[in-house]
Write a protein that binds this ligand. Structure first.
Ligand SMILES: [Zn+2]
Length: 446
């Protein structure tokens, strides 16, 4: 007996006929005018859960917990074996191998193609790959990137530049400023400020993320690309509060070297850099500019320093960074609602990879409970959790989606991780990071 073949009953035939009629009449889903992709860099399920415990004392209260699509997502780079549930849950250390970096993961998310680590929207033969931002641009939509880390870093950079190596930040910064079709750019990476948001003295410069001459061209308005350049917190807050801003192309460079907040002195949360905007402010400023385009927009927003905090095994600042990311999403959903854009906007919240191998305090390869879960200590308190690695892992990351086209994810499910389902309380179904591109493209070209 083989029960796997569907039995052709009258009921089933009628049901399929009904679906076909619906598709014929309504079209296969509605097209998305706008796409917003939100990436908590370096955040697996347990990072999301730790942040939920810290902010709300419990799970289920994050702004995307109400989204209709809730899945896992695989992140392995080109040349690595596909995600393996069995090995993942039988050996605590296994997940530390075959991990992606942010460049290869961003390339997969933006172009649908797996590539080698360090590559920025180029394939292993170094050919440029077309990104979702470029596709949106070709459809006359506005495009933008916002990040709490340097604008030339892997995740924001790969949205509209192509390079063989993420380390070539000078080339990437130049490509973004002089040759990309981006409408708005907001991020850190200022060559004249330090990590505490203090101006560098004399002729001292930090050109790790942006050549000083690129900054000079921006501030003098001689890039030839029509950027309205802003760098003060006040200017960014004013733009975030202005529903009909004047400028059509905006470059916002926060006055700090590498991250808005994470890299400032100290290790604990609180006592923030005072002269830089939040991710939320930069995102609303970006949206107000993008919202002027009648043809719609693509926007990528990265909570980039979540990854930096996890590399640093700093739970304190990880939840601090994550809180800004969550606040940003709540504000975006309000912004969409106010403008009646919720039904025309595909919103996807995910991560590019797990980082730091976060588990409960009793986890680890030598433990009797290797996959001990983080536990809440209540709202406003750090959860009981520990990092077990300082690097990236190949673990599943969460993916949430809502809006037109989000339903396409269900057709792209690659498998079910039963153990992940039990541990993280979802269906266990997972897609691949390349599917994010497939869904975004289908949604805007429908
Ligand atoms: Zn990282």
């Amino acid at each position: 007996m083989n029960n796997r073949h569907p039995r052709w009953t009258i009921g089933r035939a009628l049901f399929i006929l009904m679906i076909l009629t619906l598709v014929a009449v309504c079209g296969w889903g509605a097209a998305a005018k706008n796409v917003i992709l939100l990436i908590a860099d370096g955040a697996g399920f347990n990072a999301f859960h730790c942040s939920s415990y810290y902010e709300y004392g419990e799970l289920g209260k994050q702004p995307y917990d109400v989204f209709p699509v809730r899945l896992g997502c695989t992140t392995h780079p080109y040349g690595s074996p596909i995600y393996d549930c069995k090995k993942t849950w039988s050996n605590f250390k296994y997940i530390r191998s075959h991990s992606t970096d942010s460049a290869a993961a961003a390339t997969a998310l933006y172009t649908g193609v797996k590539t080698e680590n360090k590559r920025m929207s180029t394939n292993p033969d170094n050919h440029p790959l077309t990104t979702i931002a470029e596709i949106a641009h070709s459809l006359d939509k506005s495009t933008g990137i916002v990040s709490s880390v340097p604008f030339s870093h892997a995740t924001p950079g790969a949205a509209f530049t192509h390079n063989e190596g993420r380390g070539n930040t000078d080339e990437i910064a130049e490509e973004i400023v002089y040759r990309s079709g981006l409408t708005v750019v907001f991020g850190a990476g200022h060559p004249r400020y330090d990590n505490n948001g203090k101006k560098l003295l004399g002729k001292k410069r930090n050109e790790d993320y942006c050549p000083d001459e690129v900054y000079q061209a921006l501030i003098e308005g001689i890039t030839g690309r029509g950027w309205t350049f802003i760098e003060s917190k006040n200017a960014m807050e004013a733009l975030a509060a202005d529903p009909t801003p004047e400028p059509t192309r905006v470059f916002g460079l926060a006055k700090c070297a590498s991250t808005l907040q994470y890299s400032r002195d100290g290790k604990r949360r609180g006592r923030l850099n005072g002269n830089v905007p939040t991710l939320e402010t930069m995102s609303l400023a970006a949206l107000n500019v993008l919202g002027k385009d009648e043809d719609g927009f693509f926007l990528m927003i990265e909570g980039g320093a979540v990854d930096w905090a996890n590399h640093g095994n700093n739970l304190d600042r990880m939840v601090e960074e994550f809180a800004d990311f969550n606040k940003t999403i709540a504000s975006i959903m309000d912004w969409l609602k106010q403008r009646a854009l919720t039904k025309e906007t595909l919103v996807i919240v995910t991560s590019d990879h797990e980082c730091g191998q976060i588990w409960g305090p009793k986890a680890g390869e030598k433990s009797k409970t290797p996959f001990d879960l983080p536990k809440s200590r209540g709202k406003g308190k750090l959860p009981e959790a520990k990092h077990y690695s300082t690097g990236h892992t190949n673990a599943l990351v969460p993916l949430f989606a809502t809006g037109p086209g989000s339903e396409y994810f269900h057709a792209l499910v690659d498998g079910v991780d039963e153990q992940a389902a039990r541990v993280w309380q979802f269906s266990g179904q997972y897609v691949d990071n390349t599917d994010v591109f497939t869904v975004m493209k289908a949604a805007i070209t429908d």
